[in-house]
Design a protein around this ligand. Structure first.
Ligand code: ATP
Ligand code: MG
Length: 411
């Protein structure tokens, strides 16, 4: 039989890969907690409408990337491609729209049918933060500052740049859209087929095109600045003021539009040149219309999501593998005592293992191979005296310790 493989675009997280994953999530969770975020876990699959309705009919995610299927009971369900829609659905389903503000942190797998490449998978993982309720730009700044502090805590902020933009309010966006349609219509023949379609359905999306020819035309496209209403421009100025006060470095990039349709005002990305083509590490913005789309009351909200794989790749140092203590009985009488010692170590919170078989030499070889930091060696004669040999496997130092004192010896 041929050996089965992981499905294309999925990866096993083992050893160093998993330690990095865990370090990213643990660090992010701790930093988010200092900002008052609580962790939620929502289902990995949802009614397809949760995504189809809210991500917008024209987003790439909805049109091309969703893992969507009909289950055995005939329900149309989709593996979540992102976290925000599920959080908003949960907010409404659980009747929490009257308990705002709510600050949610989450971490977990997401699924998109994309062409796999470095930093781009079909099952990938995200951390994310959502601040639901406040409409003030201070909320946007806090959410961004939290994302920045996570990257500082991970030691990766050096090579990462925050780029911010505003998508304005409805009125600004309508005026800007008209200007974009006029501009791109004049260059229609040179646009990719896909962008010619976007011109009809969602012209702002052309700004985000990865096509070479499109990118040349986008260079001279109008920016939103002149089309902003006074209120929208004021919002953006206050956001940038707050970011300055929080000490978060940023630069403006008028080309940032988010991949999903539900954003307004703030849009931002943390980008790096260290990951090749997949340069966006963390991305987010304000999505004031989404909770209402989900059947709740009009509710302002702002948040971000970051790819854990991309954050992991940026970590500059390997995470140390855990090092335990190995218990080595030599002789039959010693084995019973060894089990007592083993459990006393574990119950004291120490990582401890026992070799299952072999003579002293083999068990010691195996102990150093697993990276154990110490060995507790119990011979029959020593056990009879109520002691064991504790050997430091780094220095080779050895000491005789009373059986009842071994856990204390390590602490
Ligand atoms: P991209 O332009 O790279 O496709 P996106 O706009 O689709 O990104 P978002 O929906 O904003 O991405 O998701 C937020 C973050 O999740 C991204 O910045 C990236 O770090 C990560 N991400 C998105 N899609 C993938 C994927 N297929 N594999 C790995 N990470 C991903
Ligand atoms: Mg994408």
């Amino acid at each position: 039989m041929t050996a089965l493989q992981a499905v294309r675009g999925t990866r096993d997280l083992i050893g160093e890969d998993h330690r990095r994953y865990k370090h990213v999530v643990d660090t992010a969770r701790d930093v988010a907690a200092t900002y008052g975020f609580d962790e939620w876990a929502t289902p990995i699959f949802e009614d397809t409408r949760v995504f189809a309705r809210t991500l917008g009919d024209t987003s790439d995610v909805v049109t091309k990337e969703m893992y969507r299927f009909t289950d055995r009971g005939g329900e149309d369900v989709t593996l979540r491609p992102e976290g925000t829609a599920g959080v908003c659905r949960a907010l409404v389903s659980n009747g929490l729209t009257q308990s705002l503000p709510i600050k949610v942190f989450y971490a977990g797998p997401m699924f998109r049918y994309e062409r796999p490449q470095k930093g781009r998978y079909r099952q990938f993982h995200q951390i994310g933060a959502e601040l639901i309720g406040p409409s003030e730009p201070l909320a946007d700044a806090e959410v961004i500052a939290c994302g920045w502090d996570i990257q500082v805590a991970l030691g990766i902020s050096e090579g990462v740049t925050l780029e911010v933009n505003t998508l304005g309010d409805r009125e600004s966006r309508d005026a800007y859209r008209a200007a974009l349609v006029a501009y791109f219509s004049a260059h229609k023949e040179a646009l990719s087929q896909e962008s010619q379609d976007r011109l009809v359905r969602n012209p702002m999306r052309i700004l985000d095109s990865k096509d070479e020819a499109d990118r040349r035309i986008v260079t001279d496209a109008p920016t939103i600045g002149p089309y902003l209403t006074e209120a929208a421009a004021g919002f953006y100025m206050r956001l940038m003021d707050h970011l300055g006060r929080f000490g978060v470095p940023f630069r403006e990039n008028p080309r940032i539009v988010r991949g999903l349709d539900y954003y307004s005002h703030t849009a931002f990305e943390f980008v790096t040149t260290r990951l090749g083509a997949q340069g966006t590490v963390m991305a987010g913005g304000r999505y004031d219309g989404l909770v209402e789309e989900m059947g709740g009351p009009p509710t302002p909200a702002v948040g971000w999501a970051a790819g854990i794989e991309r954050l992991s790749m940026l970590l500059t140092e390997d995470r140390p593998a855990p090092r335990g203590i190995v218990v080595v009985p030599v002789g039959d009488a010693a084995e019973a005592a060894a089990l007592d010692v083993l459990q006393s170590l574990r119950h004291a919170g120490l990582r401890a293992e026992i070799g299952y078989r072999g003579n002293l030499k083999r068990r010691m070889e195996r102990a150093s191979k697993t990276g154990a930091r110490a060995a507790v060696i119990l011979g029959d004669a020593e056990v009879a005296r109520g002691v064991a040999q504790v050997k430091n496997l780094d220095t080779g130092d050895q000491a005789e310790v009373a059986l009842g004192e071994i856990a204390a010896h390590f602490r």
